[in-house]
Design a protein. Structure first.
Length: 88
């Protein structure tokens, strides 16, 4: 008997607090564009997730992380959420 897919109500949402972010840049090939990596440390090391954004997205993400009082990451849906952004 095939296993059935869980309904949306049955799926557990696993959201973790982003407690640290490690940013790095790697040269891909001399003279060419490099690659950015943002390693999200979740719940003080209980889990981690690596993002590989474009340079433009990295700029926006770093600014959002600096402006927000906290960030969370939905592990299943791969969504980074920012809390309490000041609106001027």
């Amino acid at each position: 008997m095939p296993a059935s897919q869980p309904s949306p109500a049955q799926r557990q949402i696993l959201v973790r607090q982003v407690t640290h972010v490690q940013a790095s840049w790697t040269e891909q090939e001399r003279g060419n564009a490099g690659a950015f990596t943002l390693q999200l440390i979740l719940d003080h090391g209980a889990d981690e997730y690596v993002l590989r954004p474009t340079a433009e997205d990295t700029d926006v993400l770093v600014k959002l992380l600096a402006r927000s009082s906290n960030a969370t990451f939905d592990v299943e849906r791969k969504v980074l959420m920012f809390g309490n952004l000041a609106i001027e």
